[in-house]
Design a protein around this ligand. Structure first.
Ligand SMILES: [Zn+2]
Length: 255
């Protein structure tokens, strides 16, 4: 099993937020155009795994916000790129009340018909659980429910096979991987690679506001570039901060 170049985005929007996960449509467009100029083709994780090529990289969007449909889809369509989107099933078409919304700034998740349009553009639909709770804090029964029923619901809604699971906040353990395998998932995605278990967990490189620009995104997917290691380190530091959200959820009783 080999590590593969995968980018992870959350929100593509001109809307302001206190945080690093919103990228403006303009910046996103610049990043994707730059990678295309460098000879790369962006695709879904499924497409990459079916036909890995030197010049390909996978694009993933966590949480399935409406702004991905509004802003990312037209940009990727224009360039001939596709992507994978990780859907929180119980929040389809709803506001992100599962998240810490500082100063009441909210974002809406894509509706079923918007997600269907992504499917129609050859995007891959993946599960990001039912409710976006950190699975490691749940009982075994609750974990099975999040993993199994999110897949069944997405299968039914879009009539596609769901192969990939994105761990809310990136947290998982060995028994969670076993449950994924038992319920027919082929892989999982998190922030670092883990190929020691029943199914592969692919690490991804997050792209963030303030700390990333078109060249840093290029260093992230070009594993041979000398600055690739620096981008990996940067990702680890930012990811460790995301644990604060899990703590907040516990304090606010959302977990
Ligand atoms: Zn998420």
């Amino acid at each position: 099993m080999k590590e593969i170049p995968i980018l992870a985005y959350h929100k593509i929007s001109p809307q302001f937020e206190f945080g690093l996960t919103v990228i403006s449509p303009k910046s996103f467009e610049k990043q994707m155009e730059f990678l295309q100029q460098k000879g790369y083709v962006g695709c879904s994780l499924r497409d990459y795994l079916q036909d890995p090529q030197q010049n390909k990289f996978a694009i993933t969007f966590d949480d399935a916000y409406e702004n991905i449909y509004q802003y990312a889809l037209p940009i990727l369509n224009k360039l001939g790129f596709t992507a994978s989107i990780f859907v929180i099933v119980n929040f389809i078409g709803k506001y992100n009340s599962w998240d810490v919304n500082l100063f009441g700034i909210k974002f809406k998740h894509a509706t079923q018909s918007q997600l269907q349009k992504l499917c129609d553009s050859n995007w891959e639909i993946c599960s990001h659980s039912l409710s976006h709770k950190a699975l490691i804090n749940l009982t075994n029964e609750q974990i099975v429910n999040e993993i199994k029923n999110s897949k069944i619901d997405l299968d039914k809604m879009f009539n596609v096979k769901i192969d990939s699971f994105g761990f809310p906040f990136g947290y998982y353990n060995r028994s969670i991987i076993k449950i994924l395998k038992e319920h027919g998932y082929k892989n999982g995605v998190s922030s670092t690679n883990n190929f020691k278990n029943e199914i592969p967990i692919y690490g991804r490189m997050g792209v963030y506001k303030f700390v990333d620009w078109k060249r840093s995104v290029y260093f992230k997917i070009n594993k041979k570039h000398p600055l690739n290691f620096f981008e990996t380190l940067k990702g680890k530091i930012i990811h460790s901060v995301s644990y604060l959200t899990v703590l907040y959820q516990k304090i606010l009783g959302k977990s």
